[in-house]
Design a protein. Structure first.
Length: 174
């Protein structure tokens, strides 16, 4: 338990810090958020095992599924989907005509909105579980749904066809 939830996050954050590509994009921020919250999981697990209050178990599930795994998956999707779309659609056109950049398929500004929504859902959901507030639980549910809508919109945006210039070599694809 300590290795997975305490040592692994430290090693992952160190690997992210030491990577060759120094530019921090939003998908890396999803990883940071997931790894920063991971050491809280053993505390929640101990509370769920030893405590009487059922909120410990609910909090553990919420943080593991939406705060840790959800953040990682969301971050991976924001990186891998644009790459796969670019590779499938545009790799064979490189050098023959202008092609959009991978970053242009899913702008960082859209990913930042998703990050804010996802993080807000984790925080508000955690506060709802701790406080037992029905209002916060509804807000967390709304944020959870909104995060799904933003993720879907980002995926649709990434998958949307882009015009590739055929007769105007000076024009770049949008």
């Amino acid at each position: 338990v300590v290795m997975v939830w305490c040592v692994h996050p430290v090693l992952t954050l160190r690997a992210i810090q030491r990577r060759r590509r120094r530019r921090v994009d939003s998908s890396v921020r999803f990883w940071w958020a997931a790894m920063m919250g991971a050491p809280l999981i053993p505390v929640l697990a101990a509370g769920a095992l030893l405590g009487e209050d059922p909120r410990w178990s609910v909090a553990l599930g919420w943080v593991v599924v939406w705060g840790w795994a959800g953040m990682i998956v969301h971050g991976i999707l924001t990186r891998i989907v644009p790459f796969l779309v670019w590779f499938h659609r545009y790799a064979s056109l490189v050098g023959k005509m202008p092609v959009p950049s991978i970053r242009g398929l899913l702008p960082d500004s859209r990913v930042r909105v998703a990050m804010v929504m996802h993080s807000s859902a984790v925080i508000v959901g955690s506060a709802a579980i701790v406080s037992g507030s029905a209002l916060l639980a509804r807000a967390a549910g709304a944020l959870l749904g909104a995060t799904g809508v933003v993720l879907a919109a980002n995926l649709v945006h990434t998958l949307a066809p882009r015009a590739t210039p055929k007769n105007n070599p000076g024009q770049t694809a949008a």
